[in-house]
Design a protein around this ligand. Structure first.
Ligand SMILES: CSC[C@H]1O[C@H](OP(=O)(O)O)[C@H](O)[C@@H]1O
Length: 372
């Protein structure tokens, strides 16, 4: 897989010149019709972008929040300097805590968000404890946020390589939602094995669930695969079973937003149904996720908070009202797939297979021993 990421699928990055700094985001809510880049100037704008899915996808959310915290301190420092005031370390530290709290309120399910905020906070606590200067703290946080982004890029590469070994030339695959480059700071999670396999010359075909209600599959995954030249067939979510029966699908690859210690997986709503259908057709069901998506503090999936989103995402498609006004609506953004339906969990540290309460901890022990 190439080291570079084509501009078309660069999700989020930091831009700075002598006068200002911004977090730059590809506005995914406008894709595929419009490619629009947002230049966010403060943590409130970053928080709003996460909450309104201008940026989405568990790893991308974590990277964006990390840049948002660095931006919060950068902005405070610039404003103090323009007033001719010196920011104290305590003020900087308190502001970072407030920014982390604000960003942590945006979406509850993707653990990468909290993992990134806590990692930035730990770095700040460490430096404040060492009595660093405010300028040094600001620089260190920008470096830490970039490190989180760079590590995610590398993790996507490795997940792609591990996952591609499970894909044979001529395979037909299925995926749900978007777990591609647009969901990460690299080539994606569930789509990375497809990119690696395709670039290695394997001929693959991908069935893409449109993924109601926000249509990440139709709008984002179809767009990504089309740009990459990977053949795809877009289907509605209720067609998945039919094509598992008739379409020669050899494997399912999906992403994840939070994986509990026993291997239960929270992912986009509809993933559980796909997993049950895959099992019914003896099709391997692979979850692809970096270690930053694994939450060993939760023993099982029933402890994973599930985001409930605006009912209008169900009753309206773009600007068209499709349901009677006033009907009762349920709109959970995620569901939990029990680990018993998960064939393997592909991480950047290798492929975990059941029993996940053992193999996930082993991967984490290796991760911890590597000093990450
Ligand atoms: C690589 S994580 C992608 C993951 O995030 C998506 O949810 P959302 O678009 O609401 O952020 C979906 O669950 C994907 O599998």
């Amino acid at each position: 897989m190439p080291e570079d990421l084509p501009q078309r699928v660069r999700t989020v990055w930091w831009e700075e010149d002598e006068k200002s700094a911004t977090v730059v985001l590809l506005d995914q809510s406008l894709l595929p019709q419009q490619v629009v880049y947002l230049h966010l100037k403060d943590e409130e704008q970053v928080a709003d972008a996460i909450k309104t899915l201008k940026v989405r996808g568990a790893p991308a959310i974590g990277v964006t929040a990390a840049f948002g915290m660095a931006l919060a301190l950068y902005r405070l420092q610039r404003e103090a300097a323009e007033r001719g005031e010196a920011l104290t370390l305590d003020q900087a530290h308190a502001h970072l805590l407030a920014a982390g709290h604000l960003l942590g309120l945006t979406r509850p399910t993707a653990v990468n968000l909290f993992w990134a905020i806590e990692r930035m906070q730990r770095r700040a606590d460490q430096l404040v404890g060492q009595g660093c200067g405010v300028e040094e703290l600001g620089r260190a946080l920008r470096t830490e946020a970039q490190a989180i982004a760079d590590e995610d890029f590398a993790a996507c590469q490795r997940m792609g390589e591990y996952g591609a070994a499970l894909i044979a030339d001529g395979d037909t695959l299925l995926t749900h939602c978007n777990a591609g480059a647009l969901a990460t700071a690299g080539w994606g999670t569930a789509l990375a094995p497809m990119y690696v396999a395709s670039r290695a010359g394997k001929q693959i075909h991908v069935f893409v669930d449109e993924t109601r209600p926000i249509l990440q599959g139709a709008r984002l995954t179809a767009w990504e695969l089309q740009q990459e030249g990977i053949p795809l067939t877009l289907i509605t979510d209720n067609m998945a079973g039919h094509f598992m029966h008739h379409g020669g699908i050899k494997a399912v690859f999906v992403g994840a937003d939070r994986i509990a210690a026993n291997g239960d997986v929270a992912n986009k709503i509809g993933t559980y149904s796909v997993a049950v259908l895959a099992r019914a057709h003896n099709i391997p069901f692979y979850v692809v996720a970096p270690c930053s998506t694994v939450d060993l503090s939760l023993p099982s999936g029933e402890h994973i908070p599930i985001e409930q989103r605006n009912p209008e995402e169900v009753t309206r498609v773009r600007d068209a009202q499709v349901a009677p006004v006033g009907v009762n609506v349920a709109n959970p953004a995620f569901d939990v797939t029990p680990h018993t339906y998960v064939t393997a969990i592909i991480t950047e540290k290798g492929i975990a297979r059941p029993p996940y309460e053992v193999t996930l901890r082993q991967i984490f022990r290796d991760e911890h021993d590597s000093g990450r």
